[in-house]
Design a protein around this ligand. Structure first.
Ligand code: PLP
Length: 441
């Protein structure tokens, strides 16, 4: 038995893995990872894997980054954690001030949790409760965009439109309305992405005109709907959505859990539309992929709706690890990296290089809709390989592993979301080996 086999067999017995039909691990082995460095992960038998999906979209600057490591070690000697009700600490104060300073438009209040789904729960509850405190108790519904993804807890799942994740729990959920997606792939023949986005915004207009009295908030993934298959859309959608939300008195919640921290080429994807949401949800890249942390930023108007002598008018939501000091310190190290280096410009240079290397792939006859925004590339593969979309994704991922690539297609959408530190020789490996797999799909 190799060291890999040793760990994967113990893991299969003792660990229930996420987003997984465990029985499939009879045929497809788990990959036990012993260490990471830069863009690479290493298993116990000496193989390496290029982390081309940034470990489920969380990593920004590579694994075992010296500056983030040092910040966490320094914090560890001072304070690992203290409850945030009644207490505060330096990392959470500094992080809140710095996030507010860089976030779009006046979002001066930061409420923390540990994962993306919890941030979405917070935004939904905060929106409803603020309306109720202001005398609009009838705003009990939310509207979300078709094919959107906002996490897997019951509240987040009720605004998520991915049937595979949602339908099994249908009877438990208070299912919310959806409006058509601006996804540019769905534009009819002869309709530009911008026209398609504006048509989707018109549908939102019609929905809100009929339902604004009972609608607390619209929740959107600005620019890229990740779990829908890296579905990208024109920034005109969010610009219009902001206008409509303001006109109809509905909060705009920007779920930038995936798109935040430079992923789309701007610090926040909302900036492509020059829009300030009422609530901004951040997680994933916030700690550079090190520690669980999420935050909802909001403005004075919502904050003040809770500010009162009456305890029950306060926002009493909490999690045990809210504002964890180690996680906040990792996030500060990430913000330092953005402050001290022109990360977005460096990414533009990297992206242009990878675009160049990806030309043969983009031109391959089995590849459709080759697209990129910032540091996200995606395309659909015309499937020749046997079986359905799920089978294709598993087959592709397994082929990728044999070529030292960590890739995880969504249906027949293959995407790259590499760490920002991806070097040119690594880009070469990524582009040429992805092409090899596509060629035999
Ligand atoms: C990942 C993600 C979530 C959920 O975050 P978790 O930390 O996995 O709970 C929510 N919304 C978007 C857009 C995401 O990409």
């Amino acid at each position: 038995m190799t060291r890999n086999e040793h760990w994967l067999s113990r893991s299969r017995k003792a660990v229930w893995h996420p987003c997984t039909q465990m029985k499939q691990h009879e045929a497809t082995p788990l990959v036990p990872i012993s260490r990471g460095s830069g863009s690479w992960l290493y298993d116990f038998d000496g193989h390496r894997y290029l982390d081309a999906v940034s470990s489920w979209w969380v990593n920004l600057f590579g694994h075992a980054h010296p500056a983030i490591n040092a910040a966490i070690v320094d914090q560890l000697a001072k304070l690992e954690h203290v409850m945030l009700a009644g207490f505060t600490h330096q990392p959470v104060v500094e992080l809140s001030e710095r996030l507010s300073a860089i976030a779009p438009g006046g979002l001066g209040h930061c409420f923390y949790a540990s994962d993306g789904a919890s941030a979405v729960e917070i935004a939904l509850k905060m929106s409803f409760h603020s309306w109720r405190n202001k005398g609009h108790a009838g705003k009990t519904n939310f509207v979300s965009v078709a094919h959107g993804y906002h996490g897997e807890t019951a509240g987040a799942l009720s605004v998520t439109d991915i049937p595979l994740f949602r339908d099994a729990y249908g009877p438990l959920l208070r299912r919310q309305a959806t409006v058509p997606s601006p996804d540019a792939r769905l534009a009819p023949e002869g309709v530009s992405p911008r026209e398609h986005a504006l048509a989707a915004a018109n549908a939102l207009d019609a929905y809100l005109a009929a339902n604004y009295e009972t609608t607390a908030a619209l929740i959107v993934e600005p620019m890229v709907q990740g779990a829908a298959g890296m579905a990208m859309h024109d920034p005109a959608y969010l610009t219009r959505a902001r206008e409509l939300c303001t006109r109809y008195g509905v909060h705009l919640i920007a779920d930038e859990i995936m798109t935040g921290f430079g992923r789309t080429g701007r610090m926040f994807a909302s900036e492509h539309s020059a829009v300030a949401p009422d609530m901004l949800c951040l997680s994933k890249g916030i700690t550079g992929g090190y520690l669980p942390l999420s935050v909802v930023l909001t403005h004075d108007d919502i904050y003040e709706a809770f500010y009162d002598d009456d305890l029950a008018r306060g926002f009493l939501h909490s999690h045990s690890y809210t504002g964890n000091a180690l996680a906040c310190r990792a996030a500060l190290a990430v913000l330092d990296l953005f402050r001290d280096n022109d990360v977005l410009e460096a990414n533009r240079v990297s992206a242009a290089k990878l675009d160049e290397l990806a030309r043969p792939l983009a031109a391959h006859p089995k590849v459709e809709n080759f697209r990129r925004l910032g540091m996200i590339w995606a395309f659909e593969v015309l499937i020749g390989h046997d079986g359905g979309r799920d089978d294709f994704a598993r087959w592709f991922a397994a082929e990728a592993l044999t070529r030292e690539l960590l890739l995880r297609p969504i249906g027949r959408t293959v995407y790259w979301m590499p760490p920002y530190c991806l070097a040119e020789d690594e880009m070469e490996i990524l582009a040429s080996r992805t092409l090899e797999i596509v060629a035999c799909a």
